[in-house]
Design a protein around this ligand. Structure first.
Ligand SMILES: NC(=O)c1ccc[n+]([C@@H]2O[C@H](COP(=O)([O-])OP(=O)(O)OC[C@H]3O[C@@H](n4cnc5c(N)ncnc54)[C@H](OP(=O)(O)O)[C@@H]3O)[C@@H](O)[C@H]2O)c1
Length: 331
């Protein structure tokens, strides 16, 4: 069992802790929160017995092998560097970093220290992510695709009232592209490869970041459109077009339906694989696999390359659209 120290106590950290416990490969050992009582309250149900309100103190604890970071995006870099410098492997929530410069510095440090640095891009490890990839390879050609990911954020109400919640803040590297577009970019780059060019058209919200938008990725013979939104619910499915065939997905993440429709015969067939009992369990198991066999780094190197490419595109699309973060001023 690998012992984990957790940073962040919001709902996604709860979900990750549940997946860690379910996996039976990790032990939730320690929690850091800015508030000591919050660390205790968060961690006790998962069996944690070390609680901190100073990050440095948690990182100095020798019993902790892996640090999981689920803080606002702009804090990931500093916390990752600190954890690596204290000899801990790191699992950092998506999007791992605010820009490519941070990404490169962090992965370089991990390599120098002989430690693993994982981006928690959970859908990459879902069986249906690879299933879609395999189904696409069976198609005679690609004519285009529309990938949708949009959900009205409970935190958008605060924006409408003049506040600046982290996920909508340029100080915390927020916005729709960073928060949800990252999933769709992983999907597009994983399923179709790197495009020749791309552009992001967005609708700003009062905080200055993108509340919703459309990415157009141009390939040599087709376009892939990504619709993202945190200010409305996108209810349509995602589609990949290939002549008479349409591959219909119920989402780019948490995919449970992968239907092949044949427009000529009217037949449809379901190709989705069964999903795990928890939506973060596949990634947790994948990280455990690499940590258990540290010399078998093929998978790790693939994830690393995918993460790098996604970060390059996130940054290019964002900056060319005119969206800048405080974290960019360190470049
Ligand atoms: N994989 C997924 O499915 C998924 C889903 C949602 C979010 N995420 C990712 O998880 C990360 C956290 O997102 P979130 O929406 O949970 O963020 P959040 O609620 O804004 O913050 C997460 C935690 O960070 C700490 N924190 C908040 N504001 C802070 C500040 N100003 N300074 C220092 N610490 C602060 C808080 O913990 P304490 O108060 O205990 O210190 C809080 O519980 C993001 O990178 C996001 O993209 C991933």
């Amino acid at each position: 069992m690998f012992t984990v120290g957790m940073i962040g106590t919001s709902s996604i950290a709860h979900e990750f802790a549940k997946a860690l416990v379910l996996s039976n490969k990790f032990q939730v050992k320690a929690i850091y929160s800015r508030t000591y009582s919050q660390a205790e309250q968060f961690g006790q149900p998962y069996g944690a017995d070390l609680f901190y309100d100073q990050l440095e103190d948690m990182l100095m604890t020798p019993e902790i092998e892996v640090v999981y970071i689920a803080s606002p995006n702009s804090l990931h870099f500093e916390q990752t560097m600190e954890a690596l410098n204290h000899g801990k492997h790191v699992i950092v929530e998506k999007p791992a970093f605010s820009n490519t410069k941070e990404w490169e510095a962090a992965f370089l440090l991990a390599e120098e220290k002989g430690l693993f640095l994982f981006e928690a891009a959970r859908h990459l490890h879902d069986p249906n992510f690879k299933k879609v990839q395999a189904e696409i390879q069976q198609l005679p050609m690609i004519d285009g695709a529309i990938l949708q990911f949009g959900k009205y954020s409970s935190r958008y109400d605060a924006v409408l009232q003049g506040e600046e919640p982290n996920i909508f803040s340029p100080h915390f590297s927020g916005g729709a592209l960073m928060d949800l577009g990252v999933y769709s970019l992983y999907a597009a780059l994983g399923w179709f490869g790197e495009p020749e060019s791309g552009q992001y058209f967005y609708k700003p919200v009062a905080t200055g970041v993108d509340g919703a938008g459309t990415v157009v990725l141009r390939y040599s013979t087709f376009d892939v459109i990504l619709h993202v939104s945190k200010i409305s619910n996108l209810l349509s499915k995602s589609e990949i077009h290939s002549g008479q065939f349409t591959l219909l997905l119920d989402g780019v993440s948490n995919t449970t339906k992968v239907e092949v429709h044949d427009g000529r015969t009217g037949e449809k067939s379901e190709r989705a694989l069964p999903v795990s009992e928890h939506f973060m369990l596949d990634e947790v198991n994948a990280f455990a696999r690499v940590l258990s066999e540290p010399t078998e780094t093929k998978e790790y190197e693939e994830w690393k390359e995918q993460s790098h490419t996604v970060h390059q595109w996130l940054e290019k699309l964002r900056k060319e659209a005119g969206i800048f973060f405080d974290a960019d001023s360190n470049e």
